[in-house]
Design a protein around this ligand. Structure first.
Ligand SMILES: Cc1cc2nc3c(=O)[nH]c(=O)nc-3n(C[C@H](O)[C@H](O)[C@H](O)COP(=O)(O)OP(=O)(O)OC[C@H]3O[C@@H](n4cnc5c(N)ncnc54)[C@H](O)[C@@H]3O)c2cc1C
Length: 379
């Protein structure tokens, strides 16, 4: 179990103060933003209720090239060039045009953090506070005091804590739900199950990561409870459930800015529908936002110009997200006896190369630029 690391006793001194940039949330999106701001000279504060890397938020699977581009290869655990898809009517093995890796969450966060020159504090963010003066600074209420900054980012996940509160709550909001366990074990294949025994709309997965398996179920329907079938899949794979970890997963793009606050990652609905892949998109939109904010702190643009540019960038992805949402809605409607053969049919090299290239291009690794840290030399 992760330890809630907000400081206690004498260590719990107030952290109220004014900064150039306040980033709320120190996971994929928040750290990517802070990393883009490194060296800008800005006074950047980042807060999270847990220590950096303390609480894993996913199965930690990502296209390998994203790790390489960000200089994060040291945290890679295992690499895959095939994807095995199980259906009740047969299985297919897709030879991928690019590789996918599992990684260690704590190590990835610490590597990203080592590239930053921001200040970090553990604090729970409660929401917006009344701003003390009219200089455009935004005030944020935390359990350790009020922090103000002219540039404030919500990278806190799907709850979108710093928005006005539009009643966006499960089970009515467009959110999927995911739950997984991490039993000890090993495997060669990245595997998914599209099988109504486990989930009527969604999929199960087993992602090997060196000495553990990350086995879980994701349901596109937030009303479907995934615990029993996470247990079922785990037991059918001959493993025992442990360390449950789950969350709601957005599957619809949201506004990138609101009330002067910037949103990135799950708080902006940046997780891809259908695959529920939200790490690379959190990094991708985080980098985009970090670049815009850097323009502000370096005096090249105003906050309003940054907001307009980032919102335009966000919205330019809407068509692709909508298209993936359509497929997400279609797959559960395909009768199982047709799904198996259809998935095998789609396994032609031409189709896979085409579809996976398009898929990767929604948030392409080249966007990250060149790695600041060289790749480790293979031993
Ligand atoms: C079971 C499961 C498995 C998944 N597997 C994958 C996968 O393999 N690959 C993939 O690409 N995506 C996966 N996803 C989706 C992925 O986890 C998210 O899309 C991704 O984590 C979003 O990153 P983020 O930085 O926006 O938010 P998060 O990673 O959720 O980080 C939010 C941060 O904000 C902090 N926080 C939240 N509220 C507060 C508060 N009030 N005060 C202070 N701090 C707060 C949290 O501690 C956390 O550090 C999975 C999701 C689930 C649920």
């Amino acid at each position: 179990m992760p330890i809630r690391a907000t400081k206690r006793g004498e260590e719990r001194i107030p952290i109220d103060g004014n900064h150039d940039v306040l980033i709320c949330g120190a996971s994929f999106a928040g750290l990517a933003i802070a990393r883009e701001l490194a060296g800008s000279g800005a006074d950047v504060m980042i807060v999270d209720r847990y220590e950096i890397g303390e609480r894993q938020t996913s199965a930690c699977g990502i296209p390998t090239e994203w790790l390489a581009r960000l200089g994060l290869m040291d945290c890679e655990r295992q690499r895959f060039d095939t994807l095995v898809i199980h259906t009740p009517h047969g299985e297919a093995r897709y030879e991928l045009p690019w590789t996918f890796s599992t990684f260690d969450y704590r190590e990835l966060c610490q590597l990203l953090w080592s590239d930053c020159d921001a200040r970090f504090e553990t604090a729970k963010v409660n929401g917006r506070a009344e701003a003390a003066n009219g200089d455009g600074a935004i005030a944020i209420d935390t359990d350790r005091g009020t922090i103000t900054a002219p540039l404030v980012v919500d990278a806190l996940g799907w709850r979108r804590v710093l928005a006005s509160g539009d009643g966006y709550q499960p089970p009515d909001a467009p959110l999927s739900r995911g739950l997984e366990v991490h039993p000890a074990g090993s495997g060669e294949d990245l595997e998914i199950w599209i099988d109504r025994r486990y989930v009527p709309a969604g999929y199960g997965w087993s992602f090997p990561a060196d000495d553990e398996l990350r086995i879980g179920i994701g349901s596109f329907d937030p009303r479907f409870h995934v615990k029993d079938t996470t247990v079922l899949l785990t037991e059918e794979l001959g493993k025992q459930t442990n360390e449950y970890q789950g969350n709601w997963i957005p599957h619809k793009l949201r506004r990138a800015t609101e009330g002067g606050v910037f949103f990135a990652g799950d708080s902006a609905g940046h997780c891809l529908p259908l695959s529920a892949e939200g790490i690379r998109t959190a990094l991708y939109f985080g980098i985009a936002l970090g670049r815009e904010l850097r323009g502000v702190v370096e005096g090249r643009q105003s906050r309003e110009q940054a907001a307009a540019a980032y919102a335009e960038f966000n919205d330019s992805h809407e068509r692709k997200f909508r298209w993936m949402l359509r497929v997400q809605r279609l797959v559960p409607r395909v009768p199982p006896r047709i799904l198996g053969p259809a998935i095998r049919l789609m396994g032609s090299k031409r189709f896979i190369d085409w579809s996976f290239a398009h898929y990767l291009n929604i948030a392409p690794p080249e966007f990250a630029g060149e790695a600041r840290r060289p790749e480790p030399v293979a031993s």
